[in-house]
Ligand binder design. Structure first.
Ligand SMILES: Cc1cc2nc3c(=O)[nH]c(=O)nc-3n(C[C@H](O)[C@H](O)[C@H](O)COP(=O)(O)OP(=O)(O)OC[C@H]3O[C@@H](n4cnc5c(N)ncnc54)[C@H](O)[C@@H]3O)c2cc1C
Length: 536
């Protein structure tokens, strides 16, 4: 037996890996455990088993503002092989009549595209970017990079400054009210709500009116990892190992061991017990952590009840169609606008705000809504993801987990739906029907849950952003600052603040809390959120 570990981390999603890397650099001896054969969770790039050399990003692909994340710099991930690109024509919404709404990394070009639909909306875009940029940079980014403050304390700070008051005022609306009040053209309204949808916030929910202007005002747009999303996970693992950390894969977890009210280790499915000196951190969801892995008497009943009530997003699950291609996509609309063949994220099937109501209603009924899809052709920007001259592409669609009331239906309908999606895509990109497709495969919301069980019901954000599950109260009151009611047990996955998606900030914030509890010197400089808000 070697030296006992200081800590254990459950799961190797990117948040767990970020946490591990920070603590390993503090000098702690930490072990990460995962049921999967490869580390990274949602950072997955799989080789096509039928066509070697074609690499598909089967979970996350669009990594927003990733290179601006503090951990990307602190952990020297470029030294470990990570590299990102941020394509200029960042998003294009292509309409059936060939027109397109375009978001560029350059605001002027985006405003020009908005102006083709509505000059008034182009001005509104510029106004909101200008109004919100200081809010994003001075409030929202530091808040995302810090353990959340209690809501009353936060509000008191924000009410003291004009910037804070502006944020609170806009936040009072719902995203739907925001676009209806501030923008006039239906295509622009639909496009803006689509971005809101990507964050999975219920567009009818008051309290989130700031979500869209915040996305518009962010300096960095969608980015992709060269070599595939898995490269980011590989770089994190390199850093962990360089600093003495260990990662064990393919292990089943049976229980979190608790002694005298304190988490002291885990028992694996094979009966092996691993004890630690200082902490256990879970990158899994609250039900897995508090109900499956903890004995009923290890946490107070109220905590188990709160964990049981943790909610998941109804409209987060994705259906994915992945293609291996002989040649890149050639969009019909590009005959008039050649730049569209070089667009990064392409949205198809979206034309009207009304479609969002149809999508929500279909999810509530377990039905397939009229198709709105979005995706990319990664090999346009990174030829390493396919053999020379060949390409990959994918489209995603938001579809209900419980299809016709039963998720198992997906295994029967997956192929047919994938084919239908391909047919629809071919209407926009006719070469898909003309021999460009070498191979394709689909993944359903049920497949997501099978592969990543923490994404309960296929919720890729690992928990909804309903009011009671955000900030200080995410995942639930009493466990909202990465600490839990069980001593020595912490949370660090997407079900904590600031939530799912590839941000790494759940792990980044958890590192600071755990290091502080263990009395460790912080080798990095996280923002001091109270001082920042007090100085606004
Ligand atoms: C199809 C799809 C597309 C997506 N696209 C994007 C995108 O473009 N941009 C974006 O930002 N986000 C995207 N996401 C969401 C993003 O992947 C997740 O929000 C993010 O990965 C959550 O990170 P995490 O750190 O919480 O852990 P996860 O990435 O969820 O990883 C959890 C880890 O825990 C392990 N685990 C789970 N249960 C157990 C268990 N019982 N025992 C042991 N180990 C376990 C899993 O194997 C996994 O390694 C997408 C997700 C999916 C499914």
């Amino acid at each position: 037996m070697g030296e006992p570990y200081d800590g254990l981390i459950l799961g190797t999603g990117h948040n767990a890996l970020v946490l591990h890397a920070y603590l390993a650099r503090c000098g702690l001896r930490v072990l990460s455990l995962d049921r999967a054969a490869v580390a990274g969770g949602g950072l997955a790039t799989e080789e096509n088993p039928r066509l070697p050399g074609f690499r598909h990003n089967t979970h996350s692909f669009f990594h927003r503002a990733l290179t601006a994340m503090p951990w990307y710099r602190d952990l020297e991930l470029e030294r470990h092989g990570a590299r990102y690109v941020e394509p200029e024509l960042n998003v294009a919404l292509i309409l059936p009549d060939g027109r397109s709404l375009q978001w560029w990394t350059d605001l002027d070009r985006t405003a020009d595209s908005f102006a083709e639909f509505s000059r008034k909306d182009a001005s509104a875009l510029r106004r909101w970017v200008e109004k919100f940029r200081p809010i994003v940079e001075q409030i929202l980014i530091p808040e995302a990079q810090s353990p959340p403050l209690p809501p009353d304390q936060r509000r008191t700070f924000l009410e003291r400054s004009p910037l804070g008051r502006r944020l609170l005022e806009v936040a009072e609306r719902s995203p739907l009210e925001f676009v209806q009040q501030e923008f006039e053209h239906d295509v622009i309204r639909a496009g803006l709500l689509f971005f809101n949808g990507l964050r999975e916030i219920d567009l009818r929910l008051r309290g989130f009116g700031h979500a869209i202007p915040a996305l518009l005002a962010g300096r960095h747009k969608a980015q992709m990892c060269v070599g595939g999303s898995a490269k980011l996970a590989e770089a994190l693992v390199v850093d962990i190992r360089e600093h003495g950390g260990e990662v064990r894969l393919g292990v089943g977890l049976k229980a979190i061991l608790v002694r005298q009210g304190r988490a002291v280790g885990v028992e694996l499915a094979n009966g092996e017990r691993i004890e630690v000196r200082a902490f256990v951190a879970s990158g899994l969801n609250p039900q897995q952590t508090f109900l499956k892995l903890l004995d009923a008497d290890a946490a107070p009943r109220a905590v188990r009840e709160q964990a049981a009530k943790f909610q998941y997003n109804l409209i987060a699950p994705l259906f994915a169609l992945n293609l291996a291609l002989r040649e890149p996509l050639r969009y019909k609309a590009a005959e008039q606008r050649p730049e569209l063949n070089d667009a990064f994220m392409v949205i198809l099937g979206l034309e009207r705000l009304e479609q969002f109501h149809q999508i929500v209603a279909a999810h509530e009924q377990g039905q397939i809504p009229p198709t709105v899809m979005w995706g990319a052709c990664p090999t346009l920007f990174d030829s390493n993801q396919a053999p020379p001259g060949r390409h990959t592409a994918f489209m995603w669609e938001k579809l209900p987990y419980a299809l016709h009331g039963n998720p198992a239906e997906w295994d029967k309908e997956k192929e047919a739906h994938g084919r239908a999606l391909l047919d629809l895509w071919s209407r926009f990109a006719p070469n898909l029907a003309d021999g460009a497709v070498l191979d394709w495969f689909a993944r359903s919301p049920l497949d997501t849950e099978r592969q990543l069980p923490n994404m309960h019901h296929g919720d890729l954000l690992v928990g909804s952003f309903a009011q009671q599950q955000i900030g200080y109260n995410r995942p639930f009151p009493g466990a909202g600052q990465y600490r839990t009611p069980v001593d020595g047990l912490y949370l660090c996955g997407g079900s904590t603040h600031p939530g799912g998606n590839i941000t790494g900030l759940c792990g980044y914030n958890a590192a600071r809390v755990i290091a502080a509890d263990l009395g460790l010197h912080l080798w990095w400089q996280p923002p001091d959120i109270e001082a920042i808000l007090a100085a606004l």
